[in-house]
Design a protein around this ligand. Structure first.
Ligand SMILES: Nc1nc2c(ncn2[C@@H]2O[C@H](COP(=O)(O)OP(=O)(O)OP(=O)(O)O)[C@@H](O)[C@H]2O)c(=O)[nH]1
Ligand SMILES: [Mg+2]
Length: 193
């Protein structure tokens, strides 16, 4: 994967700071990928984005954040990969940055990536995000290992319970990516109306 390092002035994360939303209609919609450490966020990010990604420090911190662009069904999205975080109540500098990107950055879509093997433990964070009013799509990743462990997930029931779209993926083999892209576009269209 090509990684291009930009100077701060070219930092696309400038859109992660609060802004006046007037006159920004032409900007690509913003997708923020969040979740606990080691759940496959970065593999998912690489699956979604084209080759040109930017790695930069979040302004005023030593926390590296990666951003890039995804072209899905003719629409361009800005995608931001964040460091792992456990909740919206920050303890580490990484979590503080994650919270800022989520709350101040006004994402159009938040992909909450969780490990399907530990779904129950991870749902509390999903609910916290939904309660904060964030436009969440819940991504159950690492479905291959969950299936190996005999874990069965009722997606229809889960969607009813959390009332947001739920998609199962295996990031390492790109399984589920097409459905995830459809849900992203569907969510973006729904938000427009
Ligand atoms: N079996 C399996 N492994 C996966 C899957 N997705 C990611 N992984 C593996 O999980 C590990 C962590 O993946 P990353 O994408 O770095 O996870 P992350 O969430 O970005 O981790 P942090 O940036 O540390 O928070 C890697 O070894 C991946 O190859 C999956 O769907 N199935
Ligand atoms: Mg990562």
């Amino acid at each position: 994967m090509k990684q291009t390092r930009f100077e701060q002035r070219n930092n696309p994360l400038s859109s992660a700071v609060p802004e006046n939303t007037e006159g920004t209609h032409d900007r690509p919609k913003k997708i923020v990928i969040i979740g606990n450490p080691n759940v496959g966020k970065s593999v998912l990010f690489n699956n979604l984005t084209n080759n040109y990604v930017t790695v930069s420090n979040y302004p005023g911190t030593s926390v590296e954040v990666t951003s890039g662009f995804a072209d899905i069904k003719g629409e361009r999205f800005e995608v931001i990969d964040t460091p792992g975080m456990y909740s919206l109540t920050p303890i580490t500098e990484e979590e503080r940055v994650g919270r800022k990107i989520l709350i101040q950055g006004r994402p159009d879509i938040v992909l909450h990536v969780v490990d399907a093997k530990n779904l129950e433990r991870m749902l509390a964070f999903t609910l916290q995000l939904i309660e904060a009013g964030l436009p969440v799509i819940l991504v159950l990743n690492i479905m291959d290992e969950a299936q190996k462990e005999g874990i069965k997930i009722d997606f229809t029931l889960l969607e009813k319970l959390v009332a947001v779209p739920v998609v199962g993926t295996i990031s390492t083999t790109k399984k589920g990516m097409d459905i995830l892209k459809e849900r992203i576009v569907g969510y973006a269209i729904r938000k427009k109306s």
